[in-house]
Design a protein around this ligand. Structure first.
Ligand code: NAG
Ligand code: NAG
Ligand code: NAG
Length: 208
């Protein structure tokens, strides 16, 4: 399976989010204590659960208080993985179905070390390299499209010796099989860049 680059210019519709949690629509707020699991984000209407059922390692942390402003609730906690080279979330999938998976990694000085300029780690989808997270980058959203090959898909954070991997949220969306015909069982894609083509009056932040 090869990971191809793709250019995409679309914004996921808010209307889709508002209807709740359709099949294959999973939103995980990483680092959220289990007793807060199951809330609806007030801005996008997305229902978030905590990550305890999907990962079996790591530590929960909150971002620094001075980093919370302007952030949605899933960004306010992270799970970090100080132990082990490879730590994975196991996302439930149906073999043969097409999915979009999104990882958000907002450092927010959660460890108080102000180390974002040197901190980086890799993401893998199954055994395939997906992308490199650079904590100091303005890019905090990483997406890939794939056809599920089993009843679960591992989304893995790989410690490459440049700091402790962490993650703010992991989201999974089942797609219609007719979308992105180049995405096949043997061939996934990752998001390279997203921008808004069209009205110049639309805030770029909505395309997050
Ligand atoms: C939820 O659990 C955390 C950690 O176990 C605890 O600190 C917090 O007080 C709990 N909150 C509520 C509302 O029970
Ligand atoms: C954090 O690091 C950045 C550069 O990476 C620096 O500009 C900033 O002053 C640092 N802040 C603190 C509180 O150390
Ligand atoms: C994946 O399979 C399709 C159809 O069988 C083929 O055309 C394509 O070259 C394959 N891609 C890779 C990366 O092997």
């Amino acid at each position: 399976m090869a990971l191809l680059l793709f250019f995409a210019a679309f914004a996921l519709s808010a209307a889709t989010h508002a209807v709740g949690q359709p099949a294959g629509f999973l939103s995980i707020d990483c680092g959220l204590e289990a007793n807060y699991s199951g809330y609806t984000d007030t801005i996008h209407g997305i229902f978030y659960v905590s990550d305890g059922s999907y990962v079996d390692a790591g530590e929960n942390h909150g971002v620094a208080a001075d980093q919370e402003s302007g952030r949605i609730r899933p960004d306010l906690t992270v799970r970090s993985f100080p132990s082990g080279v490879r730590n994975c979330y196991a996302l439930p999938t149906n073999a043969g179905n097409k999915y979009l998976v999104r990882v958000v990694a907002f450092y927010g000085n959660y460890d108080g070390k102000n180390s974002s300029s040197s901190l980086q780690f890799d993401l893998h989808l199954g055994s395939n390299y997906w992308d490199t997270v650079q904590a100091g980058s303005t890019k905090q959203v990483y997406e890939a499209l794939f056809v599920a090959w089993a009843s679960w898909a591992p989304v893995c954070l790989i410690n490459t010796g440049q700091g402790t991997p962490f993650v703010s949220s992991v989201e999974l969306r089942m797609l219609g099989s007719e979308l992105y015909p180049h995405v096949m069982t043997n061939q996934s894609m990752r998001l390279h860049f997203r921008d808004i083509l069209g009205p110049t009056t639309v805030s770029r932040s909505v395309a997050r």
